[in-house]
Design a protein around this ligand. Sequence first.
Ligand SMILES: *Cc1c(COP(=O)(O)O)cnc(C)c1O
Length: 219
Amino acid sequence: MIKDQLEQIKASCGTHTTLIAVSKTHPIDRILEAYEVGQRDFGENKVQDIVEKYEALPKDVRWHMIGHLQRNKVKYIAPFVHLIHGVDSFKLLQEINKQGLKNGRQISCLLQFHIAQEDTKFGLSMEEATAFLDGPEFPLLDHIRICGVMGMATFTENTMQIRKEFQSLHALYNALKASHFSSNDEFKEISMGMSDDYPIALEEGSTLIRVGSKIFGRR
Ligand SMILES: *Cc1c(COP(=O)(O)O)cnc(C)c1O
């Protein structure tokens, strides 16, 4: 079951997109089932859960923190996290940098943008992002790596709207790539697409899809 779903979704990803299996709320044995058929990228949205699962699972798992991250909890995931998707403030970025320094590593991050119509979803505006990217302190952060952008579309049946929102994230990525990251090869990821909308995200250039219920079933 898990194996079939993984294979089917991975086949639609092609070679340019990585599938992150969102294992939040699911127990270790189900994650292992996916691991045993070759899945290595897993996503969690709670710090306590990602830490527990990191400790329980093989160390070649790449753990993606996909949820909203509080600054006071960065320290718990800093030693091992593969990619933090939801960076939505400069203060959070500074804290990640501080914990990267403490752990002797560079921590990879995505800037989360607000692309949905709902105002419940977290995320930066382009103005907010460029404000700190152009600021004097940003170049001093040498224990982070900005690897691209992340966004969540509106929860709606309207596929045209979802498509437009993914297009807007891709456009934001292109603009930032040209303005701030043109000489930075690490800035290459567009994290968008979940169980209900990943086929649209793939068509719109997603490089990382975050799929949970389509693999593990309902939460
Ligand atoms: C839960 C979650 C997902 C996966 O959602 P599904 O609809 O189960 O695929 C993707 N991204 C984020 C940020 C999430 O919190």
